[in-house]
Design a protein around this ligand. Structure first.
Ligand code: UDX
Ligand code: ADP
Length: 462
């Protein structure tokens, strides 16, 4: 079997590497229009960081796993074509700020229709608005090929940072297809690929729209749990309850469950906000404004949490951070990834820059160029000198030296076991610590001399 994947990003790269690893009889070609990205996939330094990914790519690359920019050739050769291109939120025209930008998806569909002779199975893997498969089908059907194309929806549920683990042992694989004989055959063909390592009872098949909607719904439900617990964190700070204790107490109810109840400075990542906004747009366009408003609130609560964090910092630091040096621990949207898309760190840092604070940022995996680009700042000033507002540190100790405050914005494991005593001694007094992820023990931090604050803890603003 020959498979082509269009889009060598956070979804396409790891997913196809695992399929190639588990299915030695499959020839897997991952293609992308971005030459630099493909070169990285073919080098020792992969473009994305995911635990376990290096080993899997290096073990299969050149055998049955190939990365290339020859999009047309590999589309032609393939039996199954996965579309794994990005679908950011539209920032222009109709639906700006909520609808998904389908430019890249449509470009792929048109390319496939132009170069392939039909008979191929085209799989949507990117998260898409419900009924996108219908638009893809229209493009393919207009080609009038002898054997029609079959469009399937096979949403990806992997989370970054645990992508390889999630792909090797998924909770389920979801495949949606047309409820026709040819549709069922296409679904079965794709199911047989996954069945090489996933048990059949975990492979769920549905119609196309159910599959597309399930992906949006899963992300909306997960994000809703975080916004719910974050809203409770605000009440905890006001009342003296402790949000971790509340989360633990409610999470032991088997109907609620313990996962995704960790209060934080706000959820980030490329999916949650985009998918909820997508759902909101769908509801609005289907004349369901109350449903749209219900889900919109999940995003509003997340925005509130990010802003609330920066405001609380300001309040604790005598209502000013102007010209104060703030050490930022972590910039990625979660640990074990170099991805910063929608990271809460971007919003908190921007708020602090507006207050004219100086930032010393340390993240173990995010590049200097990425941080400056996310913050909309130039690394060098016009006269060639370094940007005075932002310094990137190579380690947390350097970042914190002479700083007024530390903010922990990503839950990297290394932040749990730093020598906080010497860090505190190297800082200006009073030495503030704001833990946006609740990774350190605040009582211990207090005993080391920090004025320590965490989300949903009574010491906030004390
Ligand atoms: C998410 C979904 O989990 C995944 O199934 C889907 O395929 C893509 O979107 P991802 O965005 O990679 O995955 O990471 P996830 O682990 O879901 O975390 C998203 C954000 O929520 C992160 O910023 C994380 O720090 C935050 N989070 C998560 C919390 O603040 N509290 C929690 O309890 C869990
Ligand atoms: P995701 O997190 O959804 O995987 P990424 O942005 O990491 O998103 O990856 C999407 C990839 O798709 C990018 O590398 C981009 O260059 C690629 N891409 C976008 N449009 C096309 C296209 N028409 N043909 C081939 N590759 C494309």
């Amino acid at each position: 079997m020959n498979i082509c994947c269009i889009g060598a990003g956070y979804v396409g790269g790891p997913t196809m590497a695992v399929i190639a690893h588990k299915c030695p009889h499959v020839t897997m070609n991952v293609v992308d229009i971005n030459q630099a990205r493909i070169d990285q996939w073919n080098s020792d330094e992969l473009p994305i960081f995911e635990p376990g990914l290096d080993d899997i790519v290096k073990a299969n690359r050149g055998k049955n796993l190939f990365f290339s920019t020859d999009v047309d050739q590999h589309i032609k050769e393939a039996d199954i074509i996965f579309i794994c291109v990005n679908t950011p939120t539209k920032n222009y025209g109709v639906g700006a700020g909520s609808a998904s930008d389908l430019t890249y998806i449509e470009a792929c569909a048109r390319r496939i229709a132009e170069v392939a002779d039909g008979g191929k199975i085209v799989v949507e893997k990117s998260t898409l608005p419900v009924k996108t498969a219908e638009s893809l089908k229209k493009i393919f059907d207009s080609q009038k090929t002898e054997t029609p194309f079959q469009v399937l929806s096979n949403p990806e549920f992997l989370a970054e940072g645990t992508a390889v683990e999630d792909l090797l042992d998924p909770d389920r694989v979801l495949i949606g297809g047309e409820e026709t004989e040819a549709g069922n055959a296409a679904v079965e063909k794709l199911a047989s690929v996954y069945a090489e390592w996933v048990s059949r009872d975990k492979i769920i098949t549905t119609n196309l729209w159910s599959s597309e909607l399930s992906k949006l719904t899963a992300n909306a439900f997960l994000a809703q749990r975080i916004s719910s617990i974050n809203s409770i964190s605000a009440i905890c700070e006001a009342t003296g309850a402790n949000v971790d204790q509340v989360a633990h107490a409610i999470g032991t109810d088997s109907r609620i469950g313990p996962k995704f109840l960790k209060s934080s400075v706000g959820f980030g990542g490329s999916c949650f906000q985009k998918d909820i906004l997508n759902l909101v747009y769908l509801c609005d366009s289907f004349g369901l404004p109350e449903v749209a408003e219900y889900w919109r609130q999940v995003v509003k609560m997340n925005d509130f949490q990010k802003r609330r964090f920066a405001r609380r910092m300001l309040k604790s630091m005598f209502n000013t951070v102007t010209r104060k040096k703030i050490a930022v621990f972590g910039f990625a949207f979660k640990k074990d990834t170099n991805d910063t898309r929608e990271s809460a760190a971007i919003y908190v840092c921007r708020d602090l820059l507006e207050e004219k604070a100086y930032l010393n940022i340390y993240d173990p995996k995010v590049s200097t160029e990425q941080i400056f680009s996310d913050l909309g700042q130039a690394q060098k000033m016009e006269d060639g000198s370094d940007n005075p507002l932002i310094t990137i540190a190579n380690d947390p100790y350097t970042a914190a030296k002479d700083a007024d405050a530390i903010i922990i914005l990503t839950e990297w494991d290394e932040f749990k076991s730093l020598d906080y005593k010497s860090i505190c001694e190297s800082m200006r007094r009073p030495a503030f610590l704001f833990d946006g992820r609740n990774v350190v023990d605040l009582n211990e931090m207090k005993s080391l001399g920090f004025d320590a604050h965490g989300i949903g803890k009574t010491v906030w603003g004390s």
